[in-house]
Design a protein around this ligand. Sequence first.
Ligand SMILES: O=C(O)CCC(=O)C(=O)O
Ligand SMILES: [Fe+2]
Length: 613
Amino acid sequence: MIDSGKNKNSKIQRKHKRCQAILSRDANVECVSHPTKFIAICNAGLSTGLQKETILEEALKYGRVIDIVMLPNKSYCFINCYNEDDAKNIFDNMHGHAKLGQNETIIYLSYIKEIPEAPNQYNQDLPEGLIIINDFVSADEERILLEAIRMSEEPLENNLLKHRRVKHFGYEFLYGINNVDPEKPLEENIPVECDALWKRLEDKVPDRLALVPDQLTVNIYEPGQGIPPHVDTHSAFLDPIYSLSLESDIVMEFRRSNNNHVPVVLPRRSLLIMSGESRYAWTHGITPRHMDVIPSKEGGGLTIHHRTRRTSFTFRKLRRNRCDCAYPELCDTYAAEQKSNEDKLASVAAKLEEENVHKVYDEIANHFSETRYKPWPKVENFIKSFECGSVVMDVGCGNGKYLSVNPNIIEIGCDRSEGLLQVCSQRKCHVFQCNCLNLPFRDNSVNGCISIAVIHHLATEARRLQAIAEMARVLVSNGRCLIYVWAKNQEFNCEKSSYLHRNRNNRMQNTKSVSNENTQSLSSKSELVDLPVHMNRTQFQEQDVFVPWKLKSSGPKSIETTTEDGGVKKEFLRYYHVFEEGELAQLCARIESIEVECAYYDQGNWCVIFRKK
Ligand SMILES: O=C(O)CCC(=O)C(=O)O
Ligand SMILES: [Fe+2]
């Protein structure tokens, strides 16, 4: 069907009305029927994929523009025109037309009373520490500097990858690691033609901002090229960083967070100084495009700047000490130190677990197994709640006492201790050896997990979290997991754990600080050392403790005492992290893929049941 002119007009009018309703509802903008210098354009906004420069380029064909206001995620934008005549001309030529962008959508214009608050303005409210010195070099100097770098016109291979040409002086900036190698200076130093700049800088800025750089990166941007948003690596360079813009103006975008975006015009021959917050905490980048919206030099409005080639000289001084900036969340030095501390701690923790958990359980396996035969009712109920044919994994299955409570499901046990696994095998249970930090199972592969009295043997929070995350990973969607850990508080709601019941002596003092051979060897590296040895059957005073296991036989890693009957008794020290109330549930809450269904106290343990989403 072909639209008659009349039909078409009434269709435009209907859609126009709908747009005005959106403006009023969404942006609280009042549309008026008479011309004003303010125009709203519907179907032309950031959410429809249009850029400011596209809209401005079109509008400038019909009138002068002071500003274009685009709001994040909106399908409309606003034009602040030079005067009503400019606005009328723009309105008459653009309203109902379909020429903006690639998607051919019809745009609708409305006169409005006022434009909502503009989020930011060019070069106003510059990021803290950002300075632009206009005309830092003369046209003659610009020519001399460009000659001095004698850039090859041939694009190099890695530069093709970066979509711009780059050349380094003094030290090479290694893009693979985003750093420099201070031990490998380049043959070519910063050209001597730059020397005069540093004296000039000294006269213009406070001493703190006047460095003599030892590294230069020259970037050549053809129209359409840019540099992705980045923070220059903290550990590589000192504060400040300089960037000299040659051959043409450019807009550099500074961002601190999603809604903290400041586009800054860098005029040709100006020097940009990034110091303090702007150097350490804001990213800077150049959007690859062919034109920029910039304030027009005359009249105070906006204009389009069609890019031509820009060459920038970025001068920096290598950092030879550690970065001690005030922005640790963005600092690679800080991140590397954190990582190294974490790695050290993890290695100490692994050793502690090896000596004071794995080896001990191997030694005491048979004796331990004799004391563990009665399933706890709530654990048993949990295992029995799985429907026929379910696969349930017992992570840290010990002597396998839970592996045969539900004959309708397939229960698989795993444990780190070979001694305990042997006990399981004798009972004909399905078991294998692994560490609960890395379960050799596929993602989403089991219906249930239990972990009874296991993760309290892991010596850092990160490792306890990892063990829970592993169980979450292997569970199918809607799969459930039950975790028991020893509670620091052995008496909850007047319920004394059986652990305390068994204490006949009711000793007052319940820890003795003994450091065995093992803790001494770790003591220089970790807080996890010199742990108190807990007196059996008493309340815990500390969260990280050694809990003794007394065995009447010989073996390593034990303290020997002579018993009354003259026999030799060995005391093995097991490492425990006993949990505070809420601690286990809080750990689980940090894993996004799961939901804690219930948390309770049972026989001196904190317990959590979680479900995979
Ligand atoms: O071109 C510029 O002005 C900046 C270049 C830059 O940020 C860099 O090389 O790290
Ligand atoms: Fe940079």
